[in-house]
Design a protein around this ligand. Structure first.
Ligand code: AMP
Ligand code: MG
Length: 403
């Protein structure tokens, strides 16, 4: 058996980042930038008001209170999207709406809440003092021309996209997202609700794996169920290498007599067959066929999902340009015992983790068999249980969320 880190390093050293693709902003979320972007202009582009109110000269407002308001002449009303026509001199002001440019001469804005109608239509009484700069959003206070907006290899979030739109950039170079082929193998597998013949089970791995891939933002191509037959398996793999960036197979990679995936991949691919010191997901095959990475995941339903989380997902993330490819590990406190036997492996216990308390609490899911999807379905986290006899209630263990 080899340590998990050795298998992970081997996979990550083999896979390469995909090519660069120019995409429009609305297609760019959750992609990683392949260029750094500097701002062509200032944001805000001009000094403007953060509130509805009156653009004034702060010095005129000294001593203004509700009992002794300062009376000003109103020159005009400035709407957002229009340019002021008049400049402000002492004892004058202009009515101004949020986002409108500050008129020349004014150095502060009084909120409309601190004003009362004056004696005549073009008079207003201000009931509060202000300081120079109050409620003015200065040109360039968010970005100046040539400021770095987004560095290379940034995972784009919705705010990044808004930021790019705000400086007039609508297309961006990003790393392409991998398109991943998925197929299941095994003569025992069927799809459908017809009754099972002796020895048959229903294929579940393709459904959980395709869902995992889509959850993580990868494209998927479903190559279906492939029989335990050398030529069928070879044909499927060859076809998948022509159209996809990575291939995931499940089943047929361990020590059984009918593990034809292993036979075919050994012949047509450059593969490494591993026994990893973890439970579940000990058997794992990885290599390339026609330079396309192939992940041979174990057949047991829980194993295939855990293998995906620990080995496939980090690799696919590297391919689409991510810098951080591994999950974030947190420390949780066990509720109930986490018992096990010493077997030379690190166990990844299916668990429910809760952040409602500090420290976070972790509970073991009820069923821990590598064939028991009910335990995986109940879980929202995997807890790392080191080799040994396990731990009792109230112990600290590392875990990560399955998301
Ligand atoms: P294998 O790795 O092919 O020896 O399969 C290990 C176990 O996982 C066996 O019990 C298989 O029946 C089961 N298995 C393999 N592939 C699937 C699948 N796609 N869906 C559900 N169970 C599977
Ligand atoms: Mg099989």
């Amino acid at each position: 058996m080899i340590p998990l880190e050795e298998a992970q390093n081997y996979v990550l050293e083999t896979v390469q980042r995909l090519d660069i693709e120019r995409v429009s902003l609305l297609k760019a979320r959750d992609r990683v930038t392949a260029e750094s972007i500097t701002s062509p202009e200032s944001i805000p582009p001009f000094d403007n008001t953060a509130v509805d109110g009156y653009a004034v000269i702060a010095a005129d407002m000294q001593g203004a209170t509700i009992n002794s308001p300062v009376s000003l002449t109103v020159l005009e009303s400035i709407a957002a999207g229009t340019a002021p026509e008049q400049s402000i001199k002492t004892t004058e002001c202009s009515k101004i709406m949020t986002g409108a440019p500050i008129p020349e001469g004014a150095d502060a804005v009084v909120m409309v809440e601190w004003s009362e109608l004056g004696e005549s239509e073009n008079c207003v009484n201000i009931t509060k003092t202000v300081s120079a700069g109050d409620h003015i959003r200065k040109s360039g206070e968010d970005l100046l021309p040539d400021d770095l907006v987004i560095p290379e290899q940034t995972l784009l979030n919705p705010a990044h996209l808004g930021l790019l739109a705000s400086v007039g950039i609508y297309e961006i170079e990003t790393f392409r997202k991998p398109k991943v082929a998925v197929f299941s193998t095994g003569d025992e597998l069927i799809e459908g609700s017809q009754s099972l013949e002796p020895g048959q089970i229903r294929d579940s791995n393709r459904f959980s794996l395709i869902a995992l891939l889509e959850r993580d933002g990868f494209q998927t191509v479903d190559f279906g169920l492939v029989a335990d037959d050398e030529s069928a398996i070879e044909e499927t793999i060859q076809k998948a290498t022509e159209t996809c960036d990575a291939i995931i197979t499940t089943g047929g990679v361990s020590m059984g007599d009918y593990d034809f995936v292993k036979i075919v991949l050994s012949r047509i691919g450059d593969m490494r067959w591993m026994q990893i010191a973890i439970k579940p997901a000990k058997p794992f095959a990885f290599g390339t066929v026609n330079d396309i990475p192939v992940f041979g995941l174990p057949g047991n339903p829980v194993s295939s999902m855990v293998s995906y989380e620990l080995l496939t997902k980090p690799a696919l993330k590297k391919m689409m340009g991510h810098v951080k490819v591994f999950p974030t590990f947190l420390t949780g406190e066990t509720v109930g015992d986490f018992k096990r036997r010493e077997d030379g492996k690190t166990h990844f216990v299916r668990a429910v983790a809760s952040l409602e308390e500090i420290p976070p609490k972790v509970y073991s899911a009820r069923r821990q068999g590598s064939h028991q999807l009910t335990g995986m379905a109940e879980a929202n986290a995997l807890v790392v249980l080191p080799d040994g006899e396990g731990v009792s209630e109230g112990s600290s263990l590392m875990f990560f969320f399955l998301d």
